[in-house]
Design a protein around this ligand. Structure first.
Ligand code: TRP
Length: 375
């Protein structure tokens, strides 16, 4: 599958080249979210989140089963996570905003894993540095407004006493050849990397273990994490648990163009700690534009919102109102709205979001303890 020389590649640790979502759906074996499923979700949520309406969350595993159980009164819990190795950018935020919406609309618990072990094992940074980032990243998660009574942070190194007994049961069912095939690991990969996926699988059953009863699990995550959960789903039934259901979103593009993904390590995005000036500069200087080279030409021929990064940020994250978004789309396409104007609107939207976020992030410094699971 992952032969040398292939330019497009999506694994949990690397997203290279342009992302072909149809191909990923086939390769990973997830199901597209269709009208039927959307209508079924809508029965429970009344409104559909714009990320569902716009197909940003585009694929799933076993959502119908999850809703069957929910309708029988068997509530699920949510599980998602963060690998802390750098600052949080807008790409992380979308998945978590949607997770918060799920938590609120279904009134369910959320287990949030921080994988300091993972980033230590896969990156060059020291454990101390990773754990500093973890602290920073927690502030961003809290700033989004999760309910501390229903949200539990699990830190892999800190809660090892809870995770490890589960992880070894999972690990015993995973062979070297399975992780080689799923994650592109090799003979010379360090042995922590080979074990790691069992730590990411563990929270999918942790609440079931703690409460000593089987509880359905829903994992919202960006599509690159699917190889972990595909494996998790194969193994958990062998241990007497449900397969976790999951729902996958697309990547928010980097500033440089609509393919690939925003990434802290490649410094190609907008961070939650950026100043207003930095945001303005980044969008104006680097955000790839679907507009024409000159204003005159733009007025004549119009721009292409599909490849315009600013427009995509509005569509995927920042402009919740369909009517406004459609208007921008039409006006940009016809040439009535210039690239400069589109960028100005996008900068404004990002800065309004960040202003609130940064205030909440400050307040979050006192709240970490309310979120870290005591047990
Ligand atoms: N591996 C993920 C990352 O690198 C972090 C993570 C752990 C996660 N558990 C998760 C992401 C569950 C989504 C869902 O960011």
């Amino acid at each position: 599958m992952k032969k040398k020389g292939i330019k497009n590649r999506v694994t949990p640790w690397e997203v290279k080249g342009s992302v072909n979502y149809d191909k990923l759906v086939k390769e990973f074996g997830v199901e597209r979210i269709n009208e039927d499923l959307l209508n079924r979700i809508k029965k429970h949520t009344k409104e559909l989140h714009f990320m569902l309406r716009r197909n940003i969350f585009f694929a799933h595993r076993d959502l119908h089963w999850l809703l069957d159980e929910y309708e029988k009164g068997n509530k699920f819990f949510l599980y998602t996570g963060c690998g802390p190795s750098g600052p949080i950018h807008l790409g992380h935020i979308g998945t978590w905003m949607f997770t918060k919406w799920l938590q609120e609309t279904f009134d369910v618990e959320l287990w949030f894993q921080f994988t300091d072990d993972e980033k230590f094992l896969f990156k060059k940074q020291s454990l101390e540095e990773i754990q500093q980032w973890m602290h920073e990243n927690m502030l961003d998660v809290i700033a989004l407004g999760f309910n501390p009574k229903k949200t539990h942070f699990i830190i892999n190194t800190k809660h090892a006493h809870l995770l490890y007994p589960i992880a070894i049961r999972i690990a015993k069912k995973i062979t070297f050849s399975m992780v080689k095939a799923s994650f592109g690991l090799r003979e010379d990969s360090n042995i922590g990397q080979l074990f790691y996926t069992s730590m990411q699988a563990a929270p999918a059953v942790l609440p079931s273990v703690l409460k000593n009863k089987n509880i359905p699990c829903l994992i919202p995550h960006a599509i690159d994490q699917d190889p972990h959960f595909r494996l998790t789903r194969d193994i958990l039934p062998k241990l007497g648990y449900y397969k976790p259901a999951s729902i996958q979103n697309m990547f928010l593009p980097p500033l440089t163009g609509v393919s690939g993904k925003m990434s802290s390590s490649e410094n190609n995005g907008i961070f939650t700690t950026d100043t207003k000036e930095e945001v303005k500069n980044k969008i104006n200087k680097y955000a790839f534009s679907g507009g024409q080279p000159t204003l005159e030409e733009h007025k004549l021929k119009g721009g292409d919102p599909e490849i315009d990064v600013s427009f995509q940020y509005l569509r995927m994250l920042l402009e919740e109102e369909d009517e406004k978004l459609n208007k921008i789309y039409e006006n940009y396409k016809s040439g009535k709205l210039s690239t400069g104007e589109l960028k100005k609107y996008t900068i404004e939207k990002i800065n309004v979001f960040l202003e609130k976020h940064q205030k909440e992030r400050e307040k979050a410094k006192k709240k970490i303890d309310d979120f870290v699971y005591k047990g």
